[in-house]
Design a binder for this molecule. Sequence first.
Ligand code: ADP
Ligand code: ZN
Ligand code: ZN
Length: 732
Amino acid sequence: MASAPERVRVPILLPVALDQTYDYLLSPDMEMPPAGAFVMVPFGQQSRIGIVWSHSVGQGKLVDPKKMKAIDAILDVPPLPPLSLQFAEWIARYTLAPLGMVARMMMSASAAFEPTKPRFGVTLVPGAPSPQRMTPERAKALEIAADGSIRAKTALAVEAQCSAAVINGLIAAGHLAEVAIPEKRFARPDPHHHENTFGEHQGGAVHLLRAAIDADVFSGTLLDGVTGSGKTEVYFEAVAQALAAGHQVLIMLPEIALTSQFLGRFAKRFGCEPAQWHSALAPPERGRIWKGCATGDVRVVVGARSALFLPFIDLGLIIVDEEHDAGFKQDDRVHYQGRDMAVVRANLGKFPVVLASATPSIETHVNARSGRYRHIVLPGRFSGVEMPDVTAIDMRTAQPQKGQWLSPPLVQAVTETLGRGQQSLLYLNRRGYAPLTLCRKCGERFQCPQCTAWLVEHRFKHRLNCHHCGFSLPLPDKCPKCQEPGSLVACGPGVERVAEEVAARFPDAKVALLSSDLIPNLTEMRAVISRIEAGEVNIIIGTQIVAKGHNFPDLATVGIVDGDLGLAGGADPRAGERTFQLLHQVTGRAGRMSIRGRGLVQTHMPEHPVMAAILSGNREAFLEQEIRTRQLGMLPPYGRLAALIISARDKGLAERAAREIVRLAPVCERIEVLGPAEAPIAVLRGRNRWRILVKAPRDFDLQGYLRLWMDGIPPIKGDLNLSIDIDPYNFL
Ligand code: ADP
Ligand code: ZN
Ligand code: ZN
């Protein structure tokens, strides 16, 4: 036998926590797969799906070709587009996450990688003579099938009200034939389906956005305007322009699962709904959308942050709606900020990105001010209705009665609103009945056994729950410590407790309580929201899920039960910004259609700068102050932050490791290493946590520094865990 020709080595990336590719051999009978192709390869004891990478990554020791394994098969799946590979590398470099974990996010649609089993249906055989034995059932089935479409056998039987045997008989007799049901195509949004007319300001904004699409280069735009100013209608025109130019479009929303109205509005503008991408999707649908993005069959995706990792073949525009929302930050495995990565993706793809918000983040504001982003402002609401009039209720003087949470002025406002037949919303960002339970006799407080956190009473479910780890126990009827029966008291309010107070005060009002733990699923949530929209509810009580994207036309009064929640601050540099945004968004729900709304904020510190800015409606003053604070403190976007979180079950182990890691930090005068300090939630799910905060000037290569540092620390092994969070949003 002649000597075998040299076999080709192919670098393969596996979706595991490794930062390198492995070389595999190409079988002589295989054609070289393109970069991005999916292959089956032996890995350890298993066979796994890997991605053909465009080049070798990591130091990849030279493996003896004799030991090298071969690719088992090339999968019949569209390859990841070249830009997806570049994007994955960019994210891995920036977040310090292993490339394999980023690739894994790009494969989060397992059904796309399974062979598709064609489904079969029946259809009329054209030109077949009528059956010799005709029965009423047969006649009915043939009559229905006469339209020539393909139906599942069972569907035809149901429609014709006959048994499957009748259908089988018609197949056997050659009147019906079994054929594969073609895969359902995605509806194509039509950019010209329903064109809006725009006035002066909106028209100017539309013009600028269309020009950005036509320019066909990277650009960032901040679309800035109060709730109801028409941002959605305006950016739909950018979507239309990109579609007309033949590109795919991604619209990112923080709470996609809840925004049923959005889909309806999209359909009104474009004639059909977009593809939706979120965590509640059924696996086959995930697979179908994933493939549709790779083949180009899907034109528009509306999705949560993870939609960024879909294999778009020709993405030409990303819209990030509610760009300030912290929900775009992912805090496990690969820590990334979806809004920022959307900008990166647009930059790599050389197309525009539009960030829309009524309360843009400080980061985005600064980018707009410096000219890095174009800044488009939509002044005022489309309806002409003014923004709600917001006033503070000083809780130091307007105290509610003991055990109650609604102050007399707020109760009066709700009463008046009810009297006019309009809606009120009471907002409290606390699930459950009470945030703390204690024993009146011995003072015992109920704490989670696994976390540094109080257990929260959920009265409807009759349980005490930990909101951090999910630990839960039935509400005891006596104190477990001193055994005193009936001694437990609830401290402080949660939404359930506010609902109880409302029920007692307004017994005739129809109340809807919106809290994620009380509503079993999406369908139910959408049903409640439709009831509110239809005006079937008088008082809405809700947590932050009411703050996002809904449009309640009859809403006239918004009461913020605890305006101080979140202002306390601590280490979080965005605490003020977040409170400002939240209060603005919630109060902005009032009076969207035709009624001027009002907002009432219960607070113990009406003089606090954030509160003062909300009350005066003076956003610019708030921004000025917040930007100055960030500048002085070298906080984002003027400085860069990274958090290192060290955790272990053993308290001593976590602390020793954290101290050792800090001791090994490379000396650099431009870098500040703060800590280690015990995390505010010092124990989470039974793990002891220590935090280190690294601060660097904006122009400093923070990732390079961290890499150097991490290369010099002892291996993290056993029960110890170290996670690196670049641009942290969570300081707990
Ligand atoms: P935002 O996204 O800024 O909150 P929307 O786009 O939701 O604002 O607009 C608020 C309301 O005004 C919506 O009901 C929307 O349909 C309507 N609207 C805004 N602009 C127009 C327009 N040019 N023509 C018709 N309706 C509009
Ligand atoms: Zn007790
Ligand atoms: Zn817990």
